[in-house]
Ligand binder design. Structure first.
Ligand code: CP
Ligand code: NVA
Length: 308
């Protein structure tokens, strides 16, 4: 069988994703109960970071340690990748030495090229186009707080960025409705909007998206790599801030999510993270549990996961 990768949510079937999410909840409980479970003993994760990270790095590294394995942090500053070694060569070499690789980079084509030449599973830890690991955590968080995803309405308010694209995939796979509100010119990939129109609707205002939603999510207005656009983005996005008043327009049991890091006073009001509807700290924690479930699935295999 060919090597499985996790470059977007579409690399897994709905059943497989559900299996990973269910497993994440079980692994979380085992962790809380102090159970020592080391399915990746002596296994090594290579972590290539071409952009900054707090949550992704800590969750993958802690997850590998808890699973009895280890992780190697690789930055372009200290590797030959930063001096022009082709990604295809790096993939062939690194994947002969480790058991699984995680990459955070710029263009999605970089991770696709790496995966094509890798002998071992490759996990997308964020590209300019997608952030599927964050979606695992968001979906787990919603399920833990509110149950099944199908038939629910989610809102994405802000930039039509990597997170938004992954939310579109999730809406399609899990059959929930996604209302997206972005300033003109900052909409998500039009191909995705067209392809998944059954589950995804582009609306004009933040209020249109928020009305009746069971979950509202946003993200920074300026993603990594877009720093030169910061001041124009601040002006263009000013009507798209999430605050308790906007949340009041949502369903009475609505949750607020943000992948973090957050900028208080920009995409969220000063008080939004502390609002009773905010589940951002659970969401951040779930990066650990969801990615452990993903690592187990990719390295031990789905059958191994079923047996445990
Ligand atoms: N949400 C997220 O991916 O956070 P980091 O950039 O800190 O990894
Ligand atoms: N859209 C943000 C997500 C950070 C976790 C970025 O790409 O910088």
């Amino acid at each position: 069988m060919s090597t499985r990768h996790f470059l977007t949510l579409l690399d897994f079937s709905r059943t497989e994703l559900q299996q990973v999410l269910d497993r994440a909840i079980v692994l979380k409980k085992m962790h809380y109960d102090g159970v020592i479970y080391e399915p990746l003993k002596n296994k090594v994760l290579g972590m290539i970071f071409e952009k900054s990270s707090t949550r992704t790095r800590v969750s993958f590294e802690a997850g590998m340690t808890q699973f009895g394995g280890s992780a190697i942090f690789l930055s372009p500053r200290d590797t030959q990748l930063g001096r022009g070694e082709p990604v295809e060569d790096a993939a062939r070499v690194i994947s002969r030495m480790v058991d699984v690789v995680m990459i955070r980079t710029f263009g999605h084509d970089i991770i696709e090229r790496f995966a094509e030449y890798s002998r071992v599973p490759v996990i997308n830890a964020l590209t300019d186009q997608h952030h599927p690991c964050q979606l695992l955590a968001d979906l787990q968080t919603f399920i833990e707080h509110r149950g099944a995803l199908a038939g629910k309405t989610f809102a994405w308010i802000g930039d039509g960025n990597n997170m938004c694209n992954s939310y579109i995939h999730a809406a399609h796979i899990f059959d929930f409705q996604l209302k997206i509100a972005c300033p003109y010119g900052f909409e998500p990939d039009p191909e995705l909007l067209e392809k998944y129109a059954r589950n995804v609707e582009l609306v004009k205002t933040a209020e249109d998206a928020a009305r009746g939603a069971h979950s509202i999510a946003t993200d920074v207005w300026t993603s990594m790599g877009q720093e030169s656009e910061q001041s124009i983005r601040k002006r263009r996005f000013s009507m798209y801030q999430i605050n308790p008043r906007l949340m009041d327009m949502a369903s009475s049991d609505a949750l607020f999510m943000h992948c973090l890091p957050a900028h208080r006073g920009e995409e969220i009001s000063e008080d939004m993270l502390d609002d009773s509807r905010s589940v951002v700290w659970d969401e951040a924690e779930n990066r650990l549990h969801a990615q452990k479930a993903l690592l187990e699935f990719l390295v031990v295999g789905p059958d191994g996961v079923k047996r445990q």
